[in-house]
Design a protein around this ligand. Sequence first.
Ligand code: DCP
Ligand code: MG
Length: 404
Amino acid sequence: MKNKTIIHVDMDAFYASVEIRDNPNLKGKPVIIGALPDQRGVVATASYEARKYGVHSAMNIKEAYRLCPKGIYLHPNMKKYKAVSNHMHRIWLDYTDVAEFLALDEAYLDVTGSLKLFGSAEKIGREIKRRIAEELNLTCSVGIGYSMASAKFASEEDKPDGFFIVRDRKHYVSLIYNRNVSVIPFVGRKTAQKLNEAGYWKVKDILKAPEKIEKMFGSVRGRAIVEMASGIDHREITPYYKREEKSIGHEETFQEDTSDFDILANYLILFSAKLAEKIKAKHLFCQTVTVKVKYSNMKQITRSCSIESTASSAAIRKTALELLDAVPQKPVRLIGLTLSGFSRTKISQVTFGQDSSRSEKEEELDDTVFALKQRFGAELLKTGSELNASLEINREMNRKEHHE
Ligand code: DCP
Ligand code: MG
């Protein structure tokens, strides 16, 4: 097994901690995020104070209320948590590119290649904790290990605000030896039950009878369980940019077909802003822009163009509008825009900066959006708040791009 150093970071009571941070009145109180007690729903998470009452994730909210009637119940605010999560991702990516993000609040970082630069995994782990505290006013738990399993175990070991190091395989096995079999990755509730029924309760029980486990679960799965129990974990971190979708798109079907290509152009402007925002949040750049048009006779055409890698809404919409120009003008029932060909680095743009009229063009497009809103306000509202949100994003991004 090649020597690896892995850090697992996991935020403490993530949604609840963000709410408590933003409303100091909640500090020290049992806070339960999910739904209000008189509503249907489940607990997304609970502050550590609420956990003392037995409240936990995935519990029915009514059950939570029975256990903790004095708790403060709140709806989740996903938009806010996503923004915080993006900030965390940026911090984590400062230490390695080999980063796998899970849920919103968790990451595996393979820092093997970063040790020389930063000194040690411990220094990186401490710095991550310090930055999350300083920049986000939140706490996280950091685990350091030689494998994904040992790092995850380490981050859970000292929660909340934890910091724990598993030195090596021998250390890991000594830590899990007397624990319940459910501590082993891949051993979920059902597998644990099956093991228990066969008399295997602790990790050591598995280590004492590896052949029997292999017989019970088959050579592939059985061996995987035995290896994990022995601290052997060959899994490699899948970096975030390799896990990304192949494409990201948005489309809109009109309530009534339209032959007005100015309207279609304006939809593409809005979609460009929306999708650029999405790929920026994923730290990606795209190289292919595809416009899809479905006509009233249901015939569908797509037009694609490869461009220099970008995450700029201006570059995306310029291409989208050029593609639309090349499309036959007949009544349309659906318009769509898709980005693909993702990369995590931007290929340097040779032409960048040569176009001195860029900001003028930006303003022109912005004016078009506003004109559209004036003329077709009802039309836009009909498609819901998403498009209005896109208008906001569009304006915000233009402002930012002008400042750049
Ligand atoms: N979450 C959810 N539903 C679940 C589990 C989690 O909506 N069944 C959400 C809410 C959590 C977030 O995901 O805040 C992160 O999940 P974790 O399992 O990491 O739990 P917490 O961060 O809340 O607590 P811990 O300190 O145990 O990590
Ligand atoms: Mg967490």
